[in-house]
Structure formats: structure tokens, C-alpha cells
Design a protein around this ligand. Structure first.
Ligand code: ZN
Length: 82
């Protein structure tokens, strides 16, 4: 792996208060990241451990950084189960 440019995308997952599953997600392109060798790739992954979850799509050259958020909402179907 050498000299690849990845797009870093922040994904905000709005989670349901009842079931912890996403109500919706919001994606925002943060920046492009240059990955020159395996070291910068593994550095990236180490750095990203501070986040809730990171997924790297090697084919699409995208890095998804997930953040969890509880907007104080629940699924309609979860309300009915309560
Ligand atoms: Zn739910």
C-alpha cells in the first residue's frame, strides 16, 4: 500500500434510547488523508481508537469515523413496545 488518498467521513449515528440501534445517520466529509505506507495506516487506526468506531473501506478509499449520539428520541416501533 503506498501513496493513497483516503477521504475521512464523520458518521453521526443517532441512537434510539430504547434499543440502541440507529434512528438515522448523518455523514459529513471531514478531510482527505494521505496514506503513504503501512506505518501511516496503522498510526491512523491507533489514533482513531479514541472514537466509537472506525471503518476503513480500502476499495472506496474512505475512512468512516463513527460517533454515537442520543438525541432523546426513540423508534416509532419501540414506543409501541413500551
Ligand atoms: Zn428503537
Amino acid at each position: 500500500m503506498k501513496g493513497k488518498t483516503f477521504t475521512e467521513i464523520r458518521v453521526d449515528e443517532k441512537l434510539c434510547e430504547v434499543c440502541d440501534k440507529p434512528l438515522r445517520t448523518e455523514e459529513k466529509v471531514l478531510k482527505t488523508v494521505q496514506i503513504n505506507d503501512y506505518n501511516s495506516y496503522s498510526n491512523l487506526l491507533t489514533r482513531q481508537r479514541a472514537h466509537d468506531r472506525v471503518e476503513v473501506d480500502l476499495e472506496e478509499k474512505k475512512i468512516y469515523v463513527y460517533h454515537h449520539d442520543y438525541p432523546g428520541e426513540v423508534h416509532q416501533s419501540c414506543i409501541e413496545k413500551l
